[in-house]
Design a protein around this ligand. Structure first.
Ligand SMILES: [Zn+2]
Length: 116
C-alpha cells in the first residue's frame, strides 16, 4: 500500500524517502507498520475468542492510523463482547458513515495488554 508523502502528496511504495521531494518517510512507515502489526495481533486474538484484547489492539491500531480495517476489527470485537452501541459507532467509522466519508469518532475502550 502506498504512503502519501505529507509534503507533496506523492504516493510512495515501501520507501523511506519520497521519490519526488526527498522527504523522510521512515517514521511514517514505522507508524504504519505498528498499526498493521496491531491489526494482525488483534485478528488472531479475536479468532481465539479474546475479544477484549482484540478490541485493545484494534483501538491502538486506530490511534496509530485511522484505517477502515482497524474500525472493522473493533466492530467485530465489540460485537463479540456484546457492546452493541459501541459496535454501531465502530461500524460508522469503518464505513465512513455519519460524517460524509470521514472517519467517525468511535469510542475508545481501555487497552488491555495481552501476550506478545
Ligand atoms: Zn514528497
Amino acid at each position: 500500500m502506498a504512503l502519501n508523502c505529507p509534503a507533496c502528496r506523492r504516493p510512495n511504495e515501501n520507501s523511506d524517502t519520497c521519490a519526488r521531494c526527498g522527504a523522510d518517510l521512515a517514521a511514517l512507515q514505522c507508524v504504519r507498520a505498528a498499526a498493521q502489526a496491531q491489526l494482525v495481533r488483534g485478528r488472531r486474538l479475536l479468532q481465539q475468542g479474546r475479544g477484549g484484547e482484540a478490541l485493545g489492539c484494534a483501538t491502538l491500531s486506530w490511534r496509530l492510523k485511522k484505517s477502515p480495517a482497524a474500525a472493522r476489527l473493533a466492530f467485530l470485537a465489540s460485537l463479540h463482547l456484546g457492546r452493541f452501541d459501541q459496535a454501531c459507532r465502530w461500524y460508522a467509522a469503518a464505513t465512513g458513515g455519519e460524517q460524509g466519508g470521514r472517519p467517525a469518532n468511535p469510542p475508545f475502550a481501555p487497552i488491555q495488554p495481552g501476550p506478545p
